[in-house]
Write a protein that binds this ligand. Sequence first.
Ligand code: OSB
Ligand code: MG
Length: 371
Amino acid sequence: MPRVTIVEAFRVSLPLVHAFQTSSHRKSHLEHILVRVEDEDGGAGWGEIASPSDPYYCPETVDICRLTLERYLAPALLGASWDHPVEVGARWARIRGHHFAKAGLDIACWDLWSRAAGMPLARALGGDRPDIAAGVSLGIEPTVDDLLAQAGRYAEEGYPRIKLKIAPGWDVEPVRAVRDAHPGLDLHVDANGAYTEDQYEVFATLDRFDLTMIEQPYAPGALAAHARLQSRLGTDVCLDESVDDLDQLDTAMELGAGRILNIKVSRMGGLTPASAAHDRAVEGGWRVWCGGMHEFGVGRAANVAIAALPGFTLPSDVSGSDKYYAHDVVDPPIRATRGRVPVPAGPGLGHAVDEELVRRSATETLRMKAG
Ligand code: OSB
Ligand code: MG
């Protein structure tokens, strides 16, 4: 029965190999918080808080997560005994929201438990695939030619699916260009909520490009608008920012606000709620896939593990570390070969954390102990 007695948190910033721009922001570095938990038997587990630095994708930011972790979440976990990681969420159930921060601790507890059990995290979650299909997500580029170069490169590397970020002014033209260059490619677009219903014509046009899905066209709360859009389009609508919990998922399914769910471990608040969302969505007849937040190796390994669940039938956003970071925090780094990422067979996350690197490069370290 684990009892976590030490929680450590490390703020680490890594440079991106290639700057990434969405409808709302541009990034050349990412700062995440790596979380380490240790139990009284000396067992340890790692997690990652992959929130953005600024509140454009979601309200949580790195600063807010750090504060929530220190003031509420770590104190709720420290000293509590539990048998299985599905139980730890109950410790912070009365804390509303703050899913990214919760996810960091949840992942660390799953890693600790599955390592102690000598079991791969994927198997602990109920996954049984030897590898997962990985897609890439391409940001908004300075020119259509730059985008075509990126798309060409990843199609060449064998990634089976490419997602393009779109925004007003960067939609029909770049999507048409990539579609013309890659007629058979599994292609989808992600607007990160940048459109309103009066811009319907853009989607009516995109509907003719044989896209696998249109991800989060409207604002997160606009479920009724998404339902009206879905009823007018042949292309499946996929929700990302709109669904943070099972109640929102139920509402979305009841309204017909889409047909596909992007499940992110961070957005849902950890592996436990993310796998519950997987079960619920599949039961409701929606298709699901595993999205990402440009995670470092720890969070990325957690994404690989959950993407091994049987309902994840569409390619994930979990590309190899090398698409993002020249030097990742885990060894070996996460690698994709011809668009597939192996699910590790070793215990826990299945990738060793370069602890020396994390400790040395952290710009801030917190250490909290059971009282
Ligand atoms: O909407 O899926 C998104 C990255 C940051 C914020 C939001 C999103 C994304 C991605 C990245 O698309 C996917 C990845 O990790 O490659
Ligand atoms: Mg998205």
